[in-house]
Design a binder for this molecule. Structure first.
Ligand code: OGA
Ligand code: MN
Length: 283
C-alpha cells in the first residue's frame, strides 16, 4: 500500500489521503507518514473507506490507546469498539434537536475534562445527509499566533477548569446528573498549551471550559468567550463536507471542532462512528 496526499484543503488545515484501505493492517512506514501528515495538516480525510467498527478501532489503535466511551449512561453501545454519533432516536427516527443542540454542535475539543485528554479523534461517515451536516474545525495554534502581544502576555500561565457538563449552561439537553458529575469531576489545563510534536502554542478552551482558575467567574467567562470568538473566525476554520465512507481524523491538541446543524435534522439521517485516542497531559 502507498498513499497520496492531495493539496491542502484550507489555510487552517485539512488534507486528503487517497489510496489507502484502512481495513487492512497498516505497515509502520505508512503509520509514520500518517502521523507526520496529522502533525502538519491537523485534519486528515481518508475517502472511500468501508470499515466495520472493529476495523476502525484497529486502525485508530495504531496511534495509541483507544478510549472507551464514557458518554451518557443511557447509551446502549457505550463500550463498543467505535461508538455511534447520530441524530436518530432509539427507534431509528431522525430527531430535530436544532432548537437545543447537543454539545457536539458547540465549538469544543474532545474530552478536555480528562487529566490526559485525547490527542486525536477519528470519525467515520456511515450515512450522511444529502445536503449539509458538515463538521467545522478551528485551528487554535493559528488563533493563538494571531493574538496581539499584550493578549498573549495576559493569558500566559492561566489555567482553565474543564468539566463534563460545563456546557450545559448553553444546552438543556445536556444537563448532567449528579452521578455523572461525580464520575467526571473536572480538571484544569493550561489555556495556552504547547503541542508536543510541533512545539507550537495553541489555545485550549471550548464548550467544556467552565472558568479560569483563580479569576472571578464573569471575567474568566468573558475572556474565554472573546478568545473563542477570535480563534473560530473564518480564516482559522476548515469546514468538512462529508461523503459516506470518509474517515476523518483530527488533532485535538490544536483544533476545536463542531457539528453544524446545516441539514434537515428532523428528516435526514446522519450516522457516524467515532473513536478517540488518548494523548498526554497538556503542558
Ligand atoms: C465528535 C464530534 C462532530 C460531528 O465526534 O467528537 O464532535 O460532526 N462530532 O459529528
Ligand atoms: Mn467532538
Amino acid at each position: 500500500m502507498s498513499c497520496t496526499l492531495g493539496a491542502p484543503l484550507s489555510q487552517a488545515g485539512g488534507i486528503t489521503i487517497a489510496g489507502l484501505d484502512l481495513a487492512r493492517p497498516l505497515p509502520p512506514v505508512l503509520r509514520e507518514q500518517i502521523r507526520a501528515a496529522l502533525r502538519d495538516h491537523h485534519v486528515l480525510v481518508f475517502p472511500n473507506q468501508t470499515l466495520s467498527r472493529e476495523d476502525q478501532f484497529a486502525f485508530t489503535a495504531n496511534f495509541g490507546a483507544v478510549e472507551h466511551h464514557g458518554g451518557r449512561s443511557g447509551q446502549t453501545k457505550r463500550y463498543a469498539a467505535a461508538h455511534v454519533i447520530t441524530n436518530l432516536d432509539d427507534k431509528g427516527n431522525p430527531v430535530d434537536r436544532s432548537a437545543s443542540p447537543v454539545s457536539n454542535y458547540h465549538w469544543h475539543t474532545d474530552k478536555p475534562y480528562y487529566p490526559m485528554p485525547p490527542m486525536l479523534t477519528a470519525l467515520y461517515a456511515v450515512e450522511v445527509p444529502p445536503l449539509g451536516g458538515d463538521t467545522e474545525f478551528a485551528n487554535t495554534a493559528l488563533g493563538y499566533a494571531a493574538l496581539p502581544e499584550a493578549a498573549k502576555q495576559r493569558i500566559e500561565g492561566l489555567r482553565v477548569v474543564f468539566y463534563w457538563g460545563a456546557g450545559a449552561r448553553r444546552s438543556e439537553t445536556n444537563a448532567r446528573t449528579p452521578a455523572e458529575l461525580r464520575e467526571h469531576p473536572g480538571v484544569d489545563h493550561p489555556l495556552v498549551r504547547t503541542h508536543p510534536e510541533t512545539g507550537r502554542k495553541a489555545l485550549y478552551l471550548g464548550n467544556h471550559a467552565s472558568h479560569i482558575l483563580g479569576m472571578p467567574e464573569p471575567e474568566g467567562s468573558t475572556l474565554l468567550d472573546t478568545l473563542l470568538e477570535h480563534t473560530t473566525r473564518p480564516q482559522f476554520v476548515y469546514a468538512h463536507r462529508w461523503h459516506a465512507g470518509d474517515l476523518v481524523m483530527w488533532d485535538n491538541r490544536c483544533l476545536l471542532h463542531r457539528a453544524v446543524a446545516n441539514y434537515e435534522m428532523g428528516r435526514d439521517r446522519r450516522i457516524m462512528h467515532r473513536s478517540v485516542v488518548r494523548g498526554t497531559v497538556p503542558v
